[in-house]
Write a protein that binds this ligand. Structure first.
Ligand SMILES: *[C@@H]1O[C@H](CO)[C@@H](O)[C@H](O)[C@H]1NC(C)=O
Ligand SMILES: *[C@@H]1O[C@H](CO)[C@@H](O)[C@H](O)[C@H]1NC(C)=O
Ligand SMILES: *[C@@H]1O[C@H](CO)[C@@H](O)[C@H](O)[C@H]1NC(C)=O
Length: 186
């Protein structure tokens, strides 16, 4: 018994020595999530329309790098600051901007890497964002892409979006896409 206590006491001492020597780990600690007001996770749904305008004198999307080959969009990089509205019409109520870029990643298929932030500009969501990163097989009817994070009201966000093309002009490349968004956040 005495031996056991001695062993335990020794181990505690050893642990204390390791902890005090491990100052390099002092920068991180566990805190109570309630301190950040994180109580119950919510699921929020919203539907917005994304307007990719490449044509005209005031485009919202600009191709920075053209594709190296004419046979696909592989390698093309486009930067966007697209309107997000409540209805299909580009002139319907603005809720925010989709800011980011998309790049052609399919050599033998129409698929793109989407990297974008939905930056909301209205009501209680003003200033909040969600981050979307995913593969967009643009000719598929419904494309699912992950929501990988968020800020403001969408802190700790995760979820997914479903993109459906409402309208596409083959000549100019202009498009309106419906985004149905399912976001878990606190
Ligand atoms: C792409 O097509 C254009 C016009 O059709 C042509 O001038 C150009 O040389 C082509 N580029 C390549 C890389 O094939
Ligand atoms: C949207 O508004 C602009 C500017 O008022 C106008 O030129 C354009 O035709 C409108 N577009 C649609 C689809 O209503
Ligand atoms: C959104 O927030 C910005 C910055 O705080 C403010 O300038 C703007 O008026 C707000 N917009 C709306 C529609 O509330």
């Amino acid at each position: 018994m005495a031996k056991l206590i001695l062993i335990i006491a020794f181990q505690i001492l050893l642990l204390a020595a390791v902890v005090s020597a491990g100052n390099s780990e002092d920068f991180a600690r566990t805190i109570d999530r309630k301190r950040l007001g994180l109580r119950k996770e919510k699921l929020t749904y919203f539907r917005v329309y994304w307007h990719d305008i490449l044509s005209g004198s005031d485009p919202s999307a600009v191709m920075l790098l053209p594709p190296p080959s004419n046979s696909s969009f592989f390698g093309a990089v486009t930067m966007m600051d697209n309107r997000l509205t409540t209805e299909v019409s580009v002139n319907s109520t603005l809720v925010g901007q989709a800011q980011g870029m998309y790049a052609g990643t399919g050599q033998h298929e129409a698929s793109a890497l989407m990297v974008m932030i939905f930056a909301f500009k209205t009501g209680r969501y003003n200033g909040s964002t969600i981050s979307i990163l995913g593969r967009n097989a643009v000719l598929t009817k419904v494309r699912e892409m992950p929501v990988i994070g968020g800020s403001g009201l969408f802190r700790f966000a995760r979820g997914y979006v479903e993109a459906r093309t409402m309208w596409f002009d083959r000549k100019s490349g202009d498009a309106t896409v419906e985004y149905s968004c399912y976001v878990l956040h606190y």
